[in-house]
Design a binder for this molecule. Sequence first.
Ligand SMILES: [Zn+2]
Length: 482
Amino acid sequence: MFDLVFKDAQLRDGFQTFVADLAVAGGTIAAIGTGLAGRREIRAAGKWLLPGFLDVHTHLSLPFAGAVSADDFFTGSRAGAFGGVTTLIDFTAQRPGEGLREGFERRLAEARGRAAIDFSFHACIGREIDRPLADLAWAVETGLTSLKVFMAYSRAGLMQDDAGLFKVMEHCRKAGVLVTVHAENGGLIDFLTDRLLGGTTRPNPRGEPPLGERADALPASSLGIGALPLTRPVYTEVEAISRLGHLARATGAATYIVHVSSGDGATALATARRHGAPLLGETCPQYLYLNDAAFGGERGHDFSCCPPLRAAGQAAGLWAALQAGDLQVVATDHCPFRRADKDRWEGDITRLPMGLPGIETLGPLTLWGGLNRHIPLDTAIRALTAHPARLFGLYPRKGSLQPGADADLVLFDPDRSAELTAAALHMGSDYSPYEGLRGAGWPVMTVSRGEIIVENGRWLGEAGRGQFLARGSAQLDGFLPD
Ligand SMILES: [Zn+2]
């Protein structure tokens, strides 16, 4: 007798689809078969049983431009669970003079007692790299097997120059750490911003959030939110990705590009891969579903994120890159703000908290991409489950339906129609960038390590039940070009 059995479910792990019973015992998947009996049995005929989704890019409780992102580790993880997310990876924050440990301890303290699903961190570093690189062996032992670096945000003290990037990549290759990179040409973005806004700049030695600090040095822009894409045009992303491809090939470091926002950027990544660069990449639902027409509305600044939303034609290239395997993952860059936070900008993009809510809508929007034939359904499932789990060293414990894996499961009803509205969602924003978007298919149950934490839109989990995940090295076979 098992703890929990899903009867006659369509099991889908992105590789195979078949109808069977799946049994859970002691928090793990215990058996797959027929005629399995459990203390609790869920009739799942006609529904899909999927591995719980991973969101490997979130920013919970992130200070930005005088505000703080509107979800903490509890509310953000709970919202994710409503959308089928059972694992999240957020970021540590390094202060000047620190190695990797201090930032990790601080973030772990913020997440412990709050997170309702399992979580881990990418170790984030700023411009200073020597102390953090000296901690790489410690990081691997602790299970922080990915590092985040920036090619932009010089005024926040985050940007690496090419020599710094090269050095980080060499060290990470030797240590078996996956380099993850924010790929935008920061020098060019700063130049375009200054020229457009006509302001002066001053350095920010304290490494505070990038845009708020220098706000009083700049006049409000007459362009409004329309200035944002002009200061961060597509070619600043394309150039950074191409350059990174050369550095990745030269150093041999597997390098994962976060939030690829444009079809042109995805093409640059695919071209570099074809030339042997060990590049991997992620895109986000906002770049697949939204475009810069959103900036034209009265509340266009609610759609601000970095990189910005692109012209309508760019999304097709992102879907194509997912299908071709040049992008492997869909994640969110979840960084929600409330309208009152966004309104503090008063027309000046340098004072605008950047980011969108996303963790709860990640799964449905990605699967709708499969159901609406932008990509094969299995591709969509893998981009939420096996792929992020393998690249971030959690497979098959997470992202799989194999016996022995954690029983992190989503029961998804493909016939249940849904309309995305802020009122019905659970994230910290008081608006949704997708307000009114309709689709077929929604999670009806979420299970984390065998525990039903969401059932038919009811929250059954609790704060603090999520565990820190020490991760192994990236499992790269099959992902990199020959
Ligand atoms: Zn981010």
